[in-house]
Design a protein around this ligand. Structure first.
Ligand code: CA
Length: 598
C-alpha cells in the first residue's frame, strides 16, 4: 500500500514537472519497462504489445469497469483502427478522416482536436482509417489520407510542421502510425493497389526534414539528404530488372502501409511490404523484390541490411506488411511475423535467416509448406489464378479458390507477444476467395489490379479466431473462435491476460495461459483497433477505440453481407478497477450522453 502511494506521488510529480514533459529517445527505447505512458505504436518499439502491469489480472479483471468514454463525433464515422498513445496525463488518439484528439487520460475531457482538411479525390483503398500517432519532444505526429505528415504541439494542438509525402492523385495515401527509431521519424506509404512505389522515409522528428529515403521496390535509387535539403544518391535497392521484367518495377507497389517496428539491439527497423503491382502475377515473371517481404533497414545508413520474402511473385494480394515483432528465443534475437498468406515466420532479427515457418490458419491452398532450407514456399501450381492470355478470348484467366482470402490469415490488426508465456497471440481469420486475372495497364490514379474476386466463408460457425501460438513448436496452444472476422489488435499483460476486441462490439479479456474468457464489455460498435494499458496515480487503466469499418465492409463479398448488421461508431473507452471506497463509480458516473448511447 505504501509503495502504491509512493508510485502515485511520483507519477503525479512527473505529470506536473514541465522539464520532464518532453518525450526523449531514451524514454521511447525504455518503453518496454515503463508503465506510466504509451509512447509508441506497438506499445514498445519491438511491437510486442506487452505491458508488465498486473493490477488488472486474471483474478481481478472481472471487476474492470468503464471510467469514461469519448465520442469522435462528426457525421462521417467509418472504421476506427487507432491505437492511442499516452504521455504526461494526456491521451492522443487519431480517428477516421485524419482527425486527432487530445484528451485528459483520467477523465476523458477534451483538450483540443485537429481535423485535417482533406482534398476531394483522396484514394484510400481500404476505408478512411488511421492507426495512430508518434510522440517526440513536445510533438504528436501523424500521417494523413492525402499522404502528408502533420506535427502538432502536444499542449496546444498548433501545427508545428507539415510535410507532403507524395501525390494523393497518383494513389498515395498514409494510414500507419509513424515510429521513432534512433532519433528519426520513420514512415511508409499506402497505395499498392494504384501502382505506387513503396518506400521508407526517415525524417528529423523536430522539423520534418528528410534524412534518408529507401525504396522497397527493386531497381529504385535510395537517397540521403543533408541539412540544407541537398539530395545524394545512396545506392539502388537491389539490382534493376533482377526480379522484375521490363518497366513494371517503375509502378511496382510493395507499399509499406502498416508502418514498422524497431529493435535497439539490432539497430534495424523492420518494415513489411505489400503486394507487387498489378495483382495479375503472369505480367511480372520473377520474384518481384521487395514485395510481400520483411525489409530490415539500418536506421543509421538507410540501407537494406536484409530482406525475407514470404510470397515471391505474389498472385493473391498477400501483402506482407504484417508487423515483425522481435523477441528472444534460445538466447538469440529473432522476430515473429504472422503473414497475410497464412504462415507464421520466425527469422533471425540480425541476419534474416529463416528459423521456423508453420501455418497459423487451418486452410492454406497456395503453398503446401515452407522449405526451411531455402526459405521459399512450396507452391501448389494449380492454385495460382490463371493467365488471361491463355483463355479463349484473352479476357479472363482460370478462376481458382484460394485460402486465405486476400483479406488474409491476418491483416492490419497487430498481434501481441508475452515474454511470460512465450506465446504470440494472433488475431487470425479463416476465409477464402474466388480469384481470377484480367488484362490491365497502368494509368496514374486508377486501380491497378488486373484481377477480380469474391470473398467466401469456409466455416459456418466462425471466421475469426484469437490464437495463442508457440513460435518454437508451431503449436496452436489455445483459441477463442469468433463469428465475424477479427479486425482489431491484441494486448497482453504481466497480469496473465490477453485483451482483444471483436466486430460484434466486445472488448474481451482471457487468461493468457488457457484462453478462458474472463471478462467482456460491449462498446456499442465494432472494435477494429488494438487495446492499450497504462498506470496513472497508482491505478491501471485499459483503453480501446470502438468503431466498425476498415476493409471488410468494403471488400468482404459474402462475408460483408454476413456482417452488414454491424453499426458504425467512433468512440474511445477507458476502464479501470473501481477502488473499494468508490465501488459505485462505474458506468453510471460517466458522461450521461455516453451512458445513453451504450
Ligand atoms: Ca494489397
Amino acid at each position: 500500500m505504501q509503495l502504491k502511494l509512493l508510485t502515485a506521488l511520483v507519477s503525479a510529480g512527473l505529470a506536473c514537472g514541465a522539464s520532464v514533459a518532453a518525450v526523449t529517445d531514451k524514454m521511447i527505447e525504455n518503453e518496454a519497462t515503463a508503465t506510466g505512458n504509451i509512447l509508441t505504436w506497438g506499445v514498445n518499439t519491438q511491437g510486442q504489445r506487452y505491458s508488465p502491469l498486473k493490477q488488472v489480472n486474471a483474478a481481478t479483471v472481472g471487476r474492470l469497469a468503464p471510467v469514461w468514454a469519448f465520442s469522435f463525433g462528426g457525421e462521417k464515422q467509418r472504421g476506427q483502427e487507432a491505437q492511442p498513445v499516452i504521455h504526461n496525463g494526456k491521451m492522443f488518439v487519431t480517428a477516421s478522416y485524419s482527425r486527432l484528439f487530445a484528451l485528459d487520460a483520467t477523465t476523458g475531457r477534451k483538450l483540443w482536436k485537429y481535423e485535417h482538411r482533406l482534398p476531394e479525390g483522396i484514394m484510400p483503398c481500404c476505408d478512411v482509417v488511421n492507426r495512430g500517432a508518434a510522440l517526440y519532444d513536445n510533438l504528436v505526429i501523424f500521417a494523413t489520407l492525402d499522404a502528408q505528415l502533420v506535427a502538432l504541439d502536444q499542449d496546444t494542438g498548433d501545427v508545428v510542421w507539415k510535410e507532403k509525402i507524395d501525390d494523393y492523385a497518383a494513389g498515395y495515401s498514409a494510414t500507419a502510425a509513424p515510429i521513432i527509431a534512433n532519433g528519426l521519424l520513420l514512415t511508409g506509404v499506402s497505395g499498392g493497389e494504384f501502382g505506387v512505389v513503396g518506400r521508407v522515409e526517415a525524417r528529423d522528428p523536430r522539423t520534418g526534414r528528410m534524412v534518408w529515403m529507401r525504396p522497397t521496390v527493386e531497381g529504385h535509387m535510395g537517397y540521403t539528404f543533408d541539412k540544407d535539403g541537398n539530395k545524394r544518391e545512396n545506392g539502388v535497392s537491389g539490382s534493376t530488372n533482377q526480379s522484375w521484367p521490363g518497366d513494371l518495377w517503375k509502378t511496382g507497389g510493395a507499399a509499406t502501409w502498416l508502418g514498422g517496428t524497431y529493435d535497439t539491439k539490432t539497430g534495424l527497423a523492420y518494415f513489411g511490404t505489400g503486394n507487387p503491382a498489378p495483382w495479375n502475377s503472369h505480367l511480372r515473371k520473377g520474384d518481384n523484390l521487395f514485395s510481400c517481404s520483411t525489409v530490415a533497414i539500418d536506421v543509421k545508413t538507410g540501407q537494406i541490411k536484409w530482406h525475407y520474402q514470404a510470397t515471391p511473385n505474389d498472385g493473391w494480394d498477400f501483402d506482407g506488411v504484417n508487423e515483425f515483432v522481435t523477441f528472444d528465443l534460445d538466447g538469440k534475437r529473432v522476430g515473429g511475423k504472422a503473414d497475410r498468406n497464412g504462415f507464421f515466420y520466425v527469422n533471425d532479427a540480425t541476419t534474416g535467416q529463416l528459423i521456423n515457418a508453420f501455418p497459423f490458419v487451418r486452410k492454406i491452398t497456395w503453398a503446401s509448406s515452407i522449405d526451411l532450407k531455402t526459405g521459399r514456399p512450396n507452391f501448389v501450381a494449380e492454385n495460382r489464378p490463371g493467365d488471361p492470355t491463355s483463355s479463349a478470348d484473352g479476357k479472363k484467366g482460370n478462376s481458382i479458390f484460394s485460402a486465405p482470402s486476400f483479406l488474409g490469415g491476418k491483416n492490419q490488426m497487430p498481434m501481441a507477444y508475452s515474454p511470460d508465456t512465450r506465446l504470440f497471440y494472433v488475431p487470425a481469420n479463416e476465409w477464402g476467395m474466388e480469384i481470377w486475372n484480367e488484362p490491365v495497364t497502368y494509368k496514374k490514379g486508377s486501380a491497378y489490379l488486373g484481377a477480380g474476386f469474391t470473398i467466401k466463408t469456409i466455416n459456418d460457425d466462425y471466421i475469426g479466431a484469437l490464437r495463442a501460438v508457440d513460435p518454437k513448436s508451431g503449436r496452436i496452444v489455445w483459441e477463442v473462435k469468433n463469428n465475424a472476422p477479427l479486425w482489431g489488435g491484441v494486448l497482453t499483460t504481466g497480469g496473465n491476460l490477453v485483451f482483444w476486441g471483436t466486430p460484434e462490439g466486445y472488448l474481451k479479456a482471457a487468461d493468457a495461459k488457457t484462453g478462458k474468457v474472463l471478462w467482456e464489455f460491449q462498446t456499442g460498435s465494432g472494435v477494429v483497433a488494438p487495446p492499450v494499458t497504462w498506470q496513472q496515480g497508482g491505478e491501471q487503466y485499459v483503453s480501446v477505440v470502438s468503431g466498425w469499418g476498415g476493409a471488410v465492409p468494403l471488400w468482404g463479398g459474402e462475408v460483408a453481407k454476413k456482417v452488414n448488421f454491424l453499426e458504425q461508431g467512433g468512440m474511445v473507452w477507458v476502464f479501470k478497477i473501481p477502488k473499494a471506497t468508490r465501488g459505485a463509480q462505474t458506468a453510471a458516473s460517466a458522461d450521461p450522453k455516453v451512458a445513453k448511447s451504450n
